[in-house]
Design a protein around this ligand. Sequence first.
Ligand SMILES: *[C@@H]1O[C@H](CO)[C@@H](O)[C@H](O)[C@H]1NC(C)=O
Ligand SMILES: *[C@@H]1O[C@H](CO)[C@@H](O)[C@H](O)[C@H]1NC(C)=O
Ligand SMILES: *[C@@H]1O[C@H](CO)[C@@H](O)[C@H](O)[C@H]1NC(C)=O
Ligand SMILES: *[C@@H]1O[C@H](CO)[C@@H](O)[C@H](O)[C@H]1NC(C)=O
Length: 195
Amino acid sequence: MKYILIILTEFLILVDSGVRDFKFRPNLPLGDYRIHFIAIIQCNSNSTIQHNFFLYKTSRNTTDLRGNITSLRAFDDSLIINLKMDIKDKIGNWQSNAYTYKSPQAYTCIKNFLGGEFPKFLNKYGINASIYNIIPPGIYTTKGYDVSNYPENTNFPKQIFYGTYKFNIIYTEKNGDRCGCFTFVIEVKRPWEIE
Ligand SMILES: *[C@@H]1O[C@H](CO)[C@@H](O)[C@H](O)[C@H]1NC(C)=O
Ligand SMILES: *[C@@H]1O[C@H](CO)[C@@H](O)[C@H](O)[C@H]1NC(C)=O
Ligand SMILES: *[C@@H]1O[C@H](CO)[C@@H](O)[C@H](O)[C@H]1NC(C)=O
Ligand SMILES: *[C@@H]1O[C@H](CO)[C@@H](O)[C@H](O)[C@H]1NC(C)=O
């Protein structure tokens, strides 16, 4: 219970507004961690903001995020962000919507979550975060953004349950129209675990 409170406190610090609610609490150990990106699932073929990301292994223990962001619409705080997280439980079943979160300000939300990595991430896509404070419409391609050290340099919670997670991130207009979507599957491992 103490640890759940730590997690919730971390999220509360992160999250200035929105809904937070752990509906499922996995009976899994919790601690310092390293994120291993396992897969990216595309779900945005017909959206105004397309995150055409893919993972590219650059060595045994390093991975790049590659691909492009193709957007017809600015990515800014007029968009709503919906995060749904599924957790694989102790016996290997996905627990859907274990954690859901909604923020009315998509850009600020991502910026706060990524913390020190946010300008680096944008820079790898050729976007200078300090000029616009939005991502203007356009096509942005990267040669590679290294995600091997996550969560280092981000504002993710300091401790998380070890296990497999699926993050589904959906952007919508204020009227509810969906305009972007992407899904990450990650494994949360102990800091010294490589594969
Ligand atoms: C794609 O989006 C447009 C505009 O929102 C819509 O008219 C069209 O039916 C959508 N197509 C598919 C395949 O979802
Ligand atoms: C962006 O990625 C998509 C999906 O991989 C690809 O079809 C498209 O050609 C890419 N666009 C550019 C400008 O590289
Ligand atoms: C971003 O733009 C600011 C203001 O024009 C400039 O001072 C800074 O050097 C730029 N950063 C990068 C990484 O290009
Ligand atoms: C990857 O492994 C090499 C050699 O074991 C190590 O020096 C490096 O720090 C590791 N990188 C990451 C991101 O863990």
